[in-house]
Design a protein around this ligand. Structure first.
Ligand code: DP6
Length: 355
């Protein structure tokens, strides 16, 4: 008997950024964060997990068809250990459950978007991994409970277990039991909100988020100011989302992106994620906003940048044609972007997955 489960999880892009850990082992953040889940079909990770008595030599995992090692004590290992421990506890409570916790695992994960596109694939990847193992082990899971485990794989992954607008509450407990994600509003609450992703560079980033944020915690005096202002920003952006107030949402999103990049610059040595094209996109959106504000009294769009040069532009659907036309006019594309649907599917399980 082969036990198998497949789950998918989407990418999320933060409006109030997570940047800094107070506990690097448990992945507990220095501040709460809030993101929008990009729940289209073409920005997802899909993970299939299988348990079988014939699997030898421990657990194995493939990412986009390439085998990755599961290092003892590492993040993947921790997520698997947590979920297996939970399954074991369920088996101890109910003798009729098949003894899956004792079996080795084969896990295959695919992103259906180019990994090199500079989008945070760790968030969707870890969320899909946790959801698929939770499915395989038939755990009585709530998304918040699973977010506690996904968080230990990659902080931002905890937010990808929800759709819509999602907060990751930093929590107060030393064991991380209250550092969880929760939905602030569903996708249906504000369906007009859209995101345009501008791939400025598909090169791998120079400084990883994990390393970069710890350098910031260790060296940036400006981070203290950021930690002082974020709690109010979290309240304000939640209120803006609940009221579907795009102007307030946009102001907070842009201010937080700019402050995040300011603390990167305040890190010693400084971390530069934005490049000249990123800054030109900021200039364009600011200019479009100035003109739109003068004409209508409202903002047109909000930019945000993660740990790389690529822009995500949030806007109500009605504003998107103006934004796309402006981006195409000032930043003509050098080459067509690869078709995301042709990049990889979960249907092709790697060799060695089934032995
Ligand atoms: C800039 O979640 O990738 O995208 O917890 O070390 O895996 P680790 O970091 P990660 O950091 C994401 C940083 C960010 C902001 C955000 O998504 O909130």
């Amino acid at each position: 008997m082969v036990y198998e489960a497949t789950a998918t999880a989407p990418v999320n892009i933060a409006c109030i950024k997570y940047w800094g850990k107070r506990d690097t082992k448990l992945i507990l953040p220095t501040n709460s964060s809030l993101s929008v889940t990009l729940d289209q079909d073409h920005l997802r990770s899909t993970t299939t997990s299988r348990a079988d008595a014939s699997f030898e030599d421990g657990d194995r995992l493939w990412l986009n068809g390439k085998e990755e090692s599961i290092k003892e004590g590492g993040r993947l290992w921790t997520c698997i250990k947590e979920l297996r421990g939970w399954r074991k506890a369920e088996e101890d409570k109910n003798a009729e459950l098949p003894k899956l916790a004792a079996l080795n695992l084969r896990i295959a994960s695919y992103n259906n978007f180019p990994t090199a596109a500079g989008l945070a694939s760790s968030a969707s990847g870890l969320a899909a991994l946790v959801a698929s193992l939770a499915g395989l082990y038939e755990l009585p899971q709530s998304p918040s409970e699973l977010s506690r485990i996904a968080r230990q794989g990659s902080g931002s992954a905890c937010r990808s277990l929800f759709g819509g607008f999602v907060a990751w509450r930093e929590g107060k407990e030393a064991d991380g039991s209250d550092s969880l994600a929760e939905e602030v509003a569903s996708r249906e609450h504000w369906p007009e909100m859209q995101a345009l992703i501008c791939v400025v560079s598909d090169a791998k980033k120079g400084t990883s988020s994990t390393a970069g944020m710890q350098h910031t915690v260790e060296t940036s005096p400006l981070l203290q100011e950021r930690l002082r202002v974020v709690p109010k920003r979290m309240d304000d952006i939640s209120a803006a989302i609940k009221a579907r107030d795009f102007d307030a949402f946009a102001r907070l999103t842009m201010a937080d992106s700019n402050q995040f990049h300011a603390v990167c610059l305040d890190t010693a040595p400084p971390i530069f994620y934005l490049n000249d094209v990123s800054r030109a996109i900021i200039g364009l959106v600011e200019e479009l906003n100035r003109a739109h504000l003068a004409k209508t009294g409202h903002l047109l769009a909000a930019y945000t940048f993660d740990a790389g040069p690529n822009a995500v532009i949030y806007a109500p659907e009605a504003n998107m044609p103006t934004i796309v036309a402006a981006v195409n006019r000032f930043f003509p594309q050098a080459e067509a972007f690869p078709d995301p649907f042709k990049v990889g599917t979960a249907a092709a399980l790697p060799e060695g997955f089934s032995e």
